[in-house]
Ligand binder design. Structure first.
Ligand SMILES: NC(=O)c1ccc[n+]([C@@H]2O[C@H](COP(=O)([O-])OP(=O)(O)OC[C@H]3O[C@@H](n4cnc5c(N)ncnc54)[C@H](OP(=O)(O)O)[C@@H]3O)[C@@H](O)[C@H]2O)c1
Length: 362
């Protein structure tokens, strides 16, 4: 707790302190496909308010709004250039940003180009946290890890992280850094919320064991866990300006970050939302705040990457991290209500080792 403002945690095993809430900027920049997002002025107002609430950690990616999100953030940083050192700026690379053969992916060639393009759009001389946006099967990981380490040595990047990888892939990255004497990767940005917990059964074990901090993305499952969708909600009553309304409107729009109505409108979700509401009522907190607080109660999490379109959403979401905690019983009840099928062999290994953690053996 920090006097009504956001508190800080170390990012994984590193010495870098980040606010418990990280402001995601995927909503920055007006789009041409009908999905309503924030103008530059609205985005700058959100950034100003986030900083006023104690936030220092901001996440973007080259691909968000095709570079526009980075540009909007860069223009804001320029306005605040005297304070650059106060902010931890995270961005990502891998997506196609131009149409030539080497204009995407995690090759040394694209990494060297992508970092310069991001630095230009962000109007800064260094990136605090540079993340691979997803594993790239087309490139030897040795090449990627070595190029990312070179960026640290060149001073263009301060810390390196991953996003959207499997357990063995994260472990391989950790081991390579260890063997080669590279700076360890400090974070994993992964989808994690009460409707998507599958990363718990392998990759988060790697993170826990190796000091890699988890940064959950889509913590409200695109709005499903925000409290605006309830048992009585039908697909025709959704606001078409909302992400879920937009994703539900046309076939093919739904994806991980923009889940449609049909994907989660079932009894398990309604029961989970009922429970979240009742826990929230005990603490005078909203459903969205319960969803975000549940993530903050997990040890492996360093900071939760929120996405907002309005100042009201920002204030509500930051409120999840300020001035309260959930009880262990409430966390367990939410764990149970959001339980999911664990496939073999994970289920068997987990079940047979339930009580065999080294420190539990008498
Ligand atoms: N690494 C990756 O692959 C990856 C992928 C996706 C996202 N991300 C990062 O994670 C960030 C957050 O992801 P996300 O935007 O999907 O997060 P999310 O929290 O799951 O969804 C955010 C959306 O929910 C709605 N919302 C947010 N707060 C609300 C509130 N208090 N009340 C009601 N509605 C609320 C808003 O949409 P409506 O108002 O339209 O309903 C908002 O745009 C992104 O900005 C990005 O930085 C990373």
């Amino acid at each position: 707790m920090n006097g009504g403002k956001l508190s800080y945690r170390f990012l994984g095993g590193s010495g870098l302190k980040v606010s418990e809430i990280c402001l995601g900027t995927m909503t920055f920049g007006e789009r041409k496909d009908g999905l309503v997002q924030c103008s530059e002025n609205e985005s700058h107002a959100i950034l100003d308010k986030f900083v006023e609430m104690g936030g220092n950690f901001i996440d973007t990616a080259d691909i968000y709004c095709n570079g526009l999100s980075e540009e909007i953030l860069g223009n804001w940083l320029k306005k605040n250039s005297q304070k650059r050192e106060r902010y931890v700026i995270a961005t990502k690379l891998r997506s196609p940003m131009s149409d030539h053969a080497n204009g995407c992916g995690l090759s040394r060639s694209h990494i060297m180009q992508a970092v310069d393009d991001s630095l230009r759009r962000l109007r800064t001389s260094y990136i605090d946290l540079y993340q691979i946006h997803c594993w790239d099967d087309g490139v030897p990981i040795e090449e990627t890890v070595s190029a990312m380490n070179d960026l640290v040595r060149m001073g263009k990047v301060r810390y390196v992280g991953a996003s959207n990888v499997l357990g063995w892939q994260m472990q391989k990255i950790v081991e390579l850094c260890r063997q080669k004497g590279y700076q360890p990767w400090v974070s994993l940005q992964q989808q994690y919320n009460l409707l998507c917990r599958q990363s718990e059964f392998e990759v988060f074990d790697v993170c826990q064991n190796e000091g890699v901090g988890v940064l959950p993305w889509s913590p409200l499952k695109g709005g499903w866990l925000s409290g605006k969708i309830r048992r009585e909600t039908t697909s025709s009553s959704l606001d078409p300006k909302s992400r879920i309304g937009w994703a539900s409107e046309a076939a093919g729009r739904a994806n991980q970050a923009a889940p449609s109505y049909d994907q989660f409108a079932n009894e398990k979700t309604w029961k989970l939302l009922d429970l979240m509401e009742s826990i929230g009522q005990k603490h005078g907190k909203s459903v969205a705040q319960v969803a975000l607080r549940w993530l903050l109660e997990k040890n492996v999490v360093s900071s939760v990457v929120i996405g907002v379109k309005t100042l009201k959403q920002l204030e509500e979401n930051c409120g999840a991290a300020i001035g309260w905690k959930m009880t262990a019983d409430e966390v367990s009840a939410l764990d149970e209500a959001s339980e999911y099928d664990v496939p073999y062999p994970y289920e068997m290994v987990r079940r047979l080792n339930k009580d065999r953690k080294r420190n539990k053996i008498a």
